[in-house]
Ligand binder design. Structure first.
Ligand code: SF4
Length: 897
């Protein structure tokens, strides 16, 4: 009976493996190495396998699998079943202490965590009731007792029940073939685990390795008291090189890690010798997954996914939800888009737009009518809706749990997967394998849900489904990945027994590493301290802090050659992060290098991005022979933006009801009101009210504070406009005047003028209303052509002498600006001279732009990258500067907030 203590790198695991190596060579089956997790066991088996040693899985395994042979008659209650049992017990007991929160899912999750902690620590209700004497404490003990009794009644056991039973049976001498048992990778053992260790020690040589850290002191003390001897080891491994990197953001931190991995791999280091250690999986796993994939780095993530998050399960479960919920348009749309094939088809895009325009609403018949009207021969969306409508018949049924399980298992038919192809790559194979596992897990969750009901009781689907969904949410999804040459992405717990030449530890900021631990309101700190003072082993806040520091120290010692630490300077909202307090403030940090993955090109690098097909160029020339000045402005701002908006005529998806009263819609309402007021001179309030309410009826803006605020603001601006609009009485005023005029042979412009004023002497004035509070750079920006081209239209389309072309910003006050004669009603206006040179320069720029368009120029190249954050093509144009502009905009927003 021996405790081996020592720091990381002192060779504890090496000694255990050394004895195993000898045993394997001698075909001796009497040695066991027990570790905390299955992946740690697999990792150590792989280590030996790489040396050519064939290891039977039972030689290196988890403690849980090891005890299985003694407790196979007491199966462990599954996590979902345990959570359901806790929830039902709370509802049945209806305790006053939990009355206000008994229906909240968050409360149930918290209660399950606390009870599991008590159960794992081996603290039963009898041990607790003496010390937890408050109303809350008594309620907790009562639920704990009832849940434990219910588990026993089902002939199941908790982890601690099974450990104790195994200890009892081992104590009776059923371990004859075991001579040596190593326990490695644990930093603390619970009381039930210690009972098992002591029982084993009565029959075999037991060696427990522990870190020489305070966190292991209680376990060490208990083992010494049980008669274990202790041997201390010294650190043998060399200290690896260390680098601290600071990146501007989380994404750039992931880029830097990927860049260094690619560099190391090119220099000859296999991917399998590299590890990334993560403390906050929810923050780092998604970003690392996408970044490593983008850089083409094979990686294995040692993190279980959530079954409910998988697309297959979201689709099948979503179908039941929307049926039970009455086919809400937006929810049904979201589910349909998850359907393989039909969900990503072109008719689905059209259907999506058509349905979004009708949101809010519900009903399957209305959705089928929209699908029937789609102008596509491809009938996949129609067929998908027909498949979903088969679920309607379930609404009125009452079935027994097993019958619901069978019915819901038939939902699989909705998921029409593609057949796997020969020679598919790893990613495709992994996708198929994951889908198959998700479907299997979906079926087993339904089965598990059925077990929690009285098997003879018939019930409506809604009752069965709420339980099935609770099980689905708690069910993990683990996908095996047996590739060898991959980068290992590990949680800090998982990494404890790993040693790799190159290790990255990321996310070293306050709140993530060390992580903030929220206090447990069900078992508060004072209650925990009281339990500890009376000899019951439960974690206090101090223990949690010590564990966090231990995990950090452990992560720092996983590298044998090089350790790279990193953190992002700002968080996802652009706010400054604080460097982890575990890092030395004086430690210098190097900045992450900007990096960009080169896209796979099909044309020579450096070649201009253009359309070259003569047929397509002909189509473009015809389509853009007559353009609006604003389209030319869009081209001068960015050719790709023009291409998306005006050549392909891509549309943005219709907005949600709460977004529909946006800038564009407010501008439209204001323009319509001004047009009608100028023509009729009726009271502007009445005109505005009618137009606004027509908009409400047509677009379904939600009634509420925000809508009312915007409505009141528009009305105030319009009333101010009506009071201040003082053009000479003898001017003829027209609104929404359409025009077309030729610029050069074969190229013309057209447009619609907000307001055209004709003076009796033949002069013409144009006013272009902008529903904004300033004119920004309208007068200085050389890429804006609306001014000169509209002024030109005065002459060429209306036969008037250009007197002025003005913009009028009319939100929150008035501001005129433009070219021509300063009028009396434009106080403090910024008016520049309207000259023939200015007109000519505008024409030349327009003709030049038209020439570039017809040559097929479509390169994403913004004249001013500050427009990128507002551009609808920012996610597809692949202009590197767009990403930088977006980051800068996010930072500016955060700083301004
Ligand atoms: S995001 Fe910028 S570069 Fe990309 S299309 Fe829009 S304007 Fe052009």
């Amino acid at each position: 009976m021996l405790i081996l203590t020592g720091p990381a790198g002192s060779g504890k695991t090496f000694l255990a493996l050394q004895q195993l190596r000898e045993a394997i060579r001698l075909h001796d089956d009497s040695v066991r190495l027990l570790v905390p997790t299955a992946t740690m066991a697999a990792h150590l088996r792989n280590e030996l396998a790489r040396e050519g040693l064939v290891v039977r899985p039972s030689l290196i395994q988890t403690l849980w699998r090891f005890i299985e042979r003694w407790v196979s008659d007491l199966p462990q209650i599954s996590d979902p079943a345990y959570a359901l049992l806790v929830e039902r017990t709370v509802r049945r007991l209806n305790l006053p202490a939990f009355a206000k929160v008994a229906d909240f899912g968050g409360f149930h999750a918290m209660l399950v965590r606390t009870l599991e902690e008590l159960s794992t620590a081996g603290l039963d209700s009898a041990a607790l009731e003496k010390y937890l004497t408050t109303t809350l404490g008594e309620a907790l003990v009562k639920v704990h007792r009832e849940v434990s009794c219910a588990i026993s009644a089902k002939h199941l056991g908790s982890r601690s029940d099974r450990l104790r039973l195994a200890a009892e049976r081992i104590g009776k001498g059923e371990t004859a073939e075991l001579k040596t048992v190593w326990l490695d990778g644990f930093f603390s053992l619970t009381d039930p685990e210690l009972e098992l260790v002591k029982a084993l020690a009565a029959h075999a040589e037991v060696i427990v390795t522990l870190p020489d850290d305070e966190i292991a002191s209680t376990t060490r003390g208990r083992l010494l008291a049980a008669g274990f001897a202790e041997k201390s080891l010294k650190r043998r491994r060399e200290v690896p090189s260390r680098q601290l990197v600071v990146a501007p953001s989380l994404e750039r931190e992931a880029d830097e890690i990927a860049r260094q991995i690619v560099e190391q791999n090119r220099a000859g280091r296999p991917f399998r010798e590299i590890g990334i250690i993560i403390r906050s999986g929810d923050v780092y796993v998604p970003v690392l997954r996408s970044t490593l994939e983008r850089f083409g780095i094979p990686a294995r993530f040692y993190f279980g996914g959530e079954l409910m998050e998988h697309a297959v399960v979201r689709y099948l479960a979503g179908a039941v939800d929307v049926m039970l919920g009455g086919w809400d348009y937006s929810e049904t749309l979201a589910v349909m888009k998850l359907a393989p094939g039909a969900g990503t088809s072109a008719p689905m895009d059209r259907f999506d737009f058509a349905v979004r325009q009708r949101i809010p609403g519900c009903g399957l018949d209305a959705l089928r009518k929209i699908a029937d009207e789609l102008p596509y021969p491809d009938q996949r969306v129609v067929r998908l809706l027909a498949d979903l409508s088969a679920l309607e018949s379930w609404r009125a049924l009452k079935l027994k749990p097993a019958e619901w399980t069978r019915s819901l298992a038939s939902l699989r038919a909705l998921h029409k997967t593609q057949r796997p192809r020969e020679a598919a790559g790893h990613e495709a194979a992994l996708t198929w394998r994951t889908q198959a596992l998700a479907l299997q897990a979906f079926d087993s969750a339904l089965f598990e849900a059925a077990l929690s009901f009285d098997s003879a009781a018939a019930m409506p689907l809604s009752d069965y489904w709420s339980t099935a969904k609770a099980v689905l949410k708690l069910q993990p999804l683990r996908v095996p990945d047996h590739r060898r040459d991959v980068v290992h992405v590990l949680s800090v717990h998982e990494a404890r027994q790993w040693e790799l030449p190159l290790v990255f530890v990321c996310g070293l900021v306050e709140g993530q590493f060390p992580r903030f631990h929220r206090p447990d309101p069900l078992l508060p700190e004072h209650a925990r301290r009281r339990l500890k003072e009376n000899g019951l082993r439960i974690r206090s806040a101090e223990d949690t802090e010590k564990e966090e520091k231990f995990l950090f120290d452990s992560a720092m010692t996983r590298a044998t050659r090089a350790l790279v630490l990193s953190y992002p300077k700002t968080d996802s909202r652009g706010e400054q992060n604080l460097r982890s307090l575990y890092l030395d403030l004086a430690e210098p940090a190097v900045r992450a290098r900007p990096v960009r993955v080169r896209p796979v090109r099909t044309q020579a690098p450096g070649a201009p991005i253009m359309i070259r097909s003569s047929e397509l160029l002909q189509v473009i020339a015809t389509r853009h022979a007559d353009v609006r000045p604003t389209a030319l402005e869009s081209f001068l701002q960015c050719p790709f933006q023009f291409f998306g908006r005006h050549t392909l005529k891509l549309e943005e998806p219709p907005l949600r009801p709460d977004q529909r009263l946006d800038f564009r819609m407010r501008g439209k309402i204001v323009h319509q009101t001004i047009a009608e007021w100028v023509n009729t001179k009726l009271p502007i309030e009445g005109i505005f009210d009618r137009i606004f309410h027509e908009g409400v009826a047509e677009k379904n803006f939600p009634a509420g504070y925000q809508t009312e605020l915007l409505r009141a603001q528009m009305l105030e601006d319009l009333m101010h406009f009506a009071e201040s609009d003082r053009w000479p009485a003898d001017f003829e005023s027209k609104t929404e005047e359409a025009f077309t005029c030729a610029l050069v042979d074969g190229f013309s412009i057209h447009g619609r003028i907000d307001r055209l004023l004709k003076a009796p002497d033949g002069r013409g004035f144009i006013v272009d209303y902008k529903y904004s509070d300033k004119l920004k750079d309208k007068l200085e920006n050389q890429n804006l052509l609306q001014g000169p081209l509209y002024a030109l239209a005065l002459e060429r389309a209306f036969g008037l002498r250009p007197g002025g072309m003005f913009y009028c910003a009319m939100r929150k006050g008035f501001q005129y600006g433009g070219w021509g004669e300063q009028m009396e009603n434009m106080n403090a206006a910024n008016v520049l001279p309207l000259t023939s040179e200015w007109l000519q320069a505008g024409v030349e720029r327009s003709v030049r732009a038209a020439g570039e368009i017809t040559k097929g120029q479509i390169e994403p190249f913004p004249n001013d990258p500050r427009i990128c954050p507002r551009c609808e093509f920012r996610d597809v144009c692949r202009f590197a500067g767009a990403g930088e502009a977006l980051e800068t905009a996010a930072l500016e927003t955060a700083e301004g907030a």
